[in-house]
Write a protein that binds this ligand. Structure first.
Ligand code: AMP
Length: 214
């Protein structure tokens, strides 16, 4: 299965893509995770990506295409993958389709996780992450035991989850990523799934639509 999970920031793409990748036994490929790992490792790629990410903007297409092209060439991605957060622009979608055509394959499904904007803002701005163990809390529906994590680590807000950056990320999504909805609708590979509610229920909805694509 070669699938793309699309959706606005905080729609739940990361959670759903990780779970699908495990179940389908294909790699979960997240460009956001790759950029964050590069920043943490202090690489040149991280240096290039950091400013864009912290401002809620997209990393330029040529940089993003470079890391995806390299990742999709790995042995483990030959029999399938779940892409999370890529493509995010029409040129990226065109680039992806060229890479796949050069391998003689194509996408099986593009799933758009749909969540209303007020909910996206609540999800992102309430998220807190433990600096020590990486555990993710939410101030409203999964609050930490006190000011710190259960492990004692300090809780921080991801820089790109601040209210200003979330607003900017949503604007970026509307301007640059929303057009992919039409792009993939025309191709006939788009399925829209309701992203509200319990993650298990959202997962079941995604599995149902993927069942129709395979
Ligand atoms: P995510 O974890 O998918 O929300 O991505 C976090 C940030 O990484 C985004 O707000 C962008 O700045 C950057 N990013 C991730 N994927 C892409 C992409 N496909 N194209 C450009 N920038 C990206």
């Amino acid at each position: 299965m070669r699938a793309v999970l699309m959706g606005p920031p905080s729609a739940g793409k990361g959670t759903q893509a990780a779970r699908l990748g495990t179940e389908l036994k294909v790699p979960h490929i997240s460009t956001g995770d790759m950029f964050r790992a590069a920043i943490a490792a202090g690489t040149e790629l991280g240096r290039q990506a950091r400013g864009f990410m912290e401002a809620g903007k997209l990393v330029p297409d040529e940089v993003t295409m470079g890391i995806v092209r390299e990742r999709l060439a790995h042995e483990d991605a030959q029999s399938g993958f779940v892409l999370d957060g890529f493509p995010r622009t029409v040129p990226q979608a065109e680039g992806l389709s060229k890479i796949l055509a050069s391998q003689g394959v194509k996408l099986d499904a593009v799933v758009l996780i749909d969540v209303p904007e007020d909910e996206l803002i609540r999800r992102a701005t309430g998220r807190r992450i433990c600096q020590e163990c990486g555990r993710v809390y939410h101030v409203e529906w999964n609050p930490p035991p006190g000011d710190a994590c259960e492990c004692g680590g300090a809780l921080v807000q991801r820089k790109d989850d601040s209210p200003e950056t979330v607003t900017e990320r949503l604007a970026t999504y509307r301007a640059q990523t929303e057009p992919l909805r039409d792009y993939y609708s025309v191709e006939g590979s788009l399925a829209v799934v309701d992203g509200m509610g319990d993650p298990d229920e959202v997962h079941r909805r995604i599995v149902r639509v993927l069942g129709r694509c395979s």
